[in-house]
Design a protein around this ligand. Structure first.
Ligand code: GLN
Length: 542
């Protein structure tokens, strides 16, 4: 029997509903259950793929090639369950699909309305989830009270009602702001938020109350009284120093126990959470520290590199060191040079990116890493920059560039117009739609024997997730290899370069895919483990 837990948010956005859902997922797994997490996003974009990282943060890519909300990254990092395309939907997707059906004539002349057509579409999205899952956790994006959320709230109300209370549970995440002049945490916004939810017919059974300090019993009682709840179901969710502590603190406050109680399932005393205890201990009590420069364009919004930041933390866990990140806006190198900013770091990472702005600075960062033998990790765009740098500075191809920035005399990185997907050929034209048309999702690559990459993976064949439109031009392979840039990973047909590395450098690697998407705290990605390991060695040299 699959049970559904719906998670909504109130008072303000950014309360960490995604993390809360992911942590609850992990706690249910610790109790031996199979979980599936999914997210309903109320905005009208069909997916976040075309949204600016400044607006939406990172775009998380699934194995099956969907561009999804970054909360799916949290779900996967906490539960290890690979996210799928159908674990995230948006109002845009729901409307698009209803309107396509309307055009096809599927509704046989009916008047198409938000209720029931859009809500039914949302309900069938939820109903088709993993039938093998014991619990499906459905997070509703946005904040209760938003106009956009209404069809989603109506859909979870109807769906929960159809399932009945034995198979459904509503959890509401709220905020208790601290008012310094009064010297207390305020419960009123939470009361109002619950009222708002009740006005659309949803009565939450558990409240997760975010606060920056301890919530007094008195306040919990007050909330319980006004929101029709048992005081045990008013659960404090205090700020923590690392996100991996969230499962432990929620458990301590009784979240999973109360979830079990709601469903009438017997509690397990002394739940084994040692996996999370070990992770938190490693993070809080490291043996050393390395400093990594992230040279990018979206550096002032931490959410744009969410998975990357986490994968670096995981690399630190694997090496028992703290990873200190130094975000550098690449354009600064074009004005001030690299040395003053990069001299003190133990590793340089150029992450994924789009568009020409800031690329000259990124290329300079690659040059600095190569010449000064500082460990370099180029991810997607960062690999393309490494190839352009070698072409220009080592092969004498002054006009080397990417056609992403316009026509050039030496297109060492060019638009991909066809590639093999499974047994079929995918092709794209220059003027294709921008949404959902990149080379997306999991693709295999074969690694060169004895290469740095093969050593790190301890394997010859790998599968990694991609999100790119341009690709290193294989026709430059021989020239670049002569200059010491080895093509150590290729697509199985040998046409698409997947990994490059330097043979004359302690650790210099560029990958066309996004390894950060698959890293987990309990299973750090081998390339991040190796990169932080190399940075640790570097830190002992300087
Ligand atoms: N802009 C580059 C491309 O489309 C790199 C993309 C990325 O870094 N994800 O190929």
């Amino acid at each position: 029997m699959t049970r559904y837990i719906f998670i909504t948010g109130g008072v303000v956005s950014s309360l960490g509903k995604g993390l809360a859902s992911a942590a609850l997922g992990a706690l249910l797994q610790a109790r031996g259950y199979r979980v599936r997490l999914c997210k309903l996003d109320p905005y009208l974009n069909v997916d976040p793929g075309t949204m600016s990282p400044f607006q939406h943060g990172e775009v998380y890519v699934t194995d099956d090639g969907a561009e999804t909300d970054l909360d799916l990254g949290h779900y996967e990092r906490f539960t290890g369950v690979p996210a799928r395309a159908r674990d995230n939907t948006t109002a845009g997707q729901m409307y698009l699909s209803v309107l396509q059906k309307e055009r096809r004539g599927d509704y046989l002349g009916a008047t198409i309305q938000v209720i029931p057509h859009i809500t039914n579409e949302i309900k069938s999205f939820m109903a088709e989830k993993d039938s093998t899952a014991d619990f499906v956790l459905v997070e509703v994006g946005g904040t209760v009270g938003d106009i956009e959320s209404l069809p989603f709230l109506e859909a979870i109300r109807q769906f929960g009602n159809e399932l009945g209370p034995q198979r459904s549970l509503y959890i509401h995440v709220t905020l208790l702001p601290y008012i310094s002049t009064a010297g207390e945490l305020k419960t009123k916004p939470t009361q109002h938020s619950v009222k708002e939810l009740m006005s659309v017919g949803i009565r939450p059974s558990i409240l997760l109350c975010r606060a920056d300090r301890a919530i007094e019993e008195e306040e919990r009682r007050k909330i319980a009284l006004f929101c029709n709840l048992d005081v045990e179901n008013v659960i404090p969710a205090l700020d923590v120093s690392t996100i991996y502590e969230v499962p432990l603190t929620y458990h301590r406050e009784g979240l999973d126990r109360q979830v079990m109680a709601h469903f009438g399932i017997r509690d397990i005393p002394n739940l084994d959470l040692s996996i999370w205890e070990r992770i938190v201990k490693r993070i809080k009590d490291p043996e050393g520290e390395v400093k990594i420069a992230i040279v990018g364009k979206y550096t002032n919004l931490a959410d744009s590199y969410k998975s990357l930041n986490e994968a670096l933390v995981h690399g630190g866990i694997a090496n028992n060191v703290k990873v200190r990140l130094k975000f550098i806006e690449s354009e600064i190198f074009e004005r001030e040079g690299t040395a003053p900013h990069l001299e003190d770091v133990h590793g340089i990472l150029v992450p994924g990116g789009f568009g020409e702005r800031g690329t000259e600075g990124k290329i300079r960062a690659v040059q600095f890493a190569r010449e000064n033998k500082v460990p370099y990790f180029g991810i997607c765009f960062g690999m393309q920059m490494a190839v352009i740098e070698a072409a220009r500075n080592l092969c004498g191809l002054k006009g080397a560039s990417s056609t992403e920035f316009g026509p050039c005399s030496e297109p060492v990185v060019g638009l991909m117009t066809e590639w093999v997907k499974g047994n079929a050929l995918e092709s794209r034209q220059e003027e294709a739609d921008k949404g959902g048309t990149m080379r997306l999702g999991s693709y295999p690559a074969l690694l060169g024997k004895g290469s740095l990459a093969a050593q790190a993976y301890g394997a010859q064949a790998i599968q990694e997730r991609h999100r790119h439109r341009y690709e290193v031009n294989i026709t430059y392979k021989d020239q670049l290899e002569k200059a010491g840039l080895l093509f150590s990973g290729l697509s199985p047909d040998g046409k698409l370069p997947e990994i490059v590395e330097r043979t004359d450098h302690p650790w210099f690697l560029g990958v066309q895919f996004h390894p950060e998407l698959k890293s987990k705290p309990f299973e750090p990605h081998p390339l991040f483990t190796a990169f932080i390991g190399a940075a640790l060695k570097q830190s002992r040299l300087v």
